[in-house]
Design a protein around this ligand. Sequence first.
Ligand code: NAD
Length: 466
Amino acid sequence: MADTTSLKYTTFDEIDAIHATLRQSFRAGKLKSIAARKVQILQLAYLIQDNYDRFKEAFAADLGRPTLETAFLELDSTVSDCKIAYDRVEKWAQTEKAPFSFNFFAMRPVIRKEPKGVVLSISPFNYPVWLALGPMIGAIAAGNCFVLKPSELSPAVSGLIAELVPKYLDPDVVRVVLGAVPETTRLLELPWAHILYTGSGRVAKLVCAAAAKTLTPVSTELGGKSPVVIDPKCDLKTAAKRIMWGKCVNVGQTCVAPDYILVPQDAQDELVQALKAAHDEFYPSGPSAAGVFGRIVNHTHFRRLKGLLDRTAGEIAFGGETNESDKYISPTVVKNVKGDDSLMSEELFGPILPIVPVKNIDEAIAFINDHDNPLALYVFSQDAAFKAKVFDNTLSGSAVANDTLVHCAVDGLPFGGIGPSGSGYHTRKYTFDMFTHLRSSLDSPSWVDSIFGSRFPPYTAKKESY
Ligand code: NAD
């Protein structure tokens, strides 16, 4: 069973030495050339491919993940992200010309894509490969030196990454720091060119406060309660299947998991039946068998979720089975949940799905707007006006109709929150952009002064008359 104490944490002296080494490497221009960046990106893909089975075992130890889920959610998608970066980094890093301007074209204004320097990424436990190595790909593609602080709550995966990174990648440019709060706090005392923080809003406030002391820019990829709005006239069978999948993948420990459902009161029971049918189709022998459905990451989170479930005033429609020794909570749908219920008090991050009945679409929109801007907002409807009404009158990190979660996998779509659900955008090209400084540049020839000479003092009356 996963045990955080089995990880050998990086010492403070080692952290300081890593920071100093990477700063030297950055100054020496170790990843200046695109060719050097591509070598590291390719090595990262090999790191995953060569150790595929070890990663699957590590995921099973940390999160009880079914192996197929691990493959498509993390390993294959990260290799695919390596390939995208490898194939496109030349294009991404190309100097861009400014739009033509009659006044300035002679100065040849351009935007140089510069690496920011030595950057830090602090990642969470729930997608411990994709959210740890995805930022690594983007940071390297942009030419930065990179320090990863993976989560101590997924020790098997984090430990494997720490073991393999120095074997596959150049330790002068990429390092892994293992640790919990003290080690992360030490990292945050150091100046960085950029910090990407992925995790909870509570910790993000600490990270931003620490980073402010060194004026380090921070991007935050956070979570929150992502709602689902149901149009009762939608294809309920498909909707239920996609919602249950989004909730059950990684046992709901997904930042964009559907957190709760808003549905008109008189359609609630039909929706529950459809969700139950999807559940039974997914788990014909029940979800408790090993390897079928994951487990809650640790006992603290198990007790938190069990406590929320014990205190709910809603009715458990199905599920509700728990087993503390195994950190197991079955997929659980709770109906007739009110806005002030325990299940509505925080991001659930577990396989519990409350249904909040509403009068109509206007009440659903008002409910969403009375809460923090979510990371994702899902609408199930075949009616264009219904979808437009919800999307046009709310704000969220992403707005998805008739599916859940898949938008994160779509190449070309930025992934990020707004307000309490985060700031900044990542995945693929957007991660490259996050770690890139857009450096304005021009080269002004002497003859330009024959046209622009009037900018120089003395500001004579003759010049003013121009
Ligand atoms: P967390 O905030 O507890 O931990 C994330 C990281 O912060 C870990 O590496 C941890 O070691 C570090 N950390 C924890 N406490 C710290 C402290 N006091 N000082 C400094 N560092 C500290 O988050 P988690 O439980 O691992 O992940 C769950 C949260 O992450 C959820 O809220 C989820 O929605 C969010 N999340 C967001 C995204 C996204 O891309 N938007 C992706 C995954 C998860």
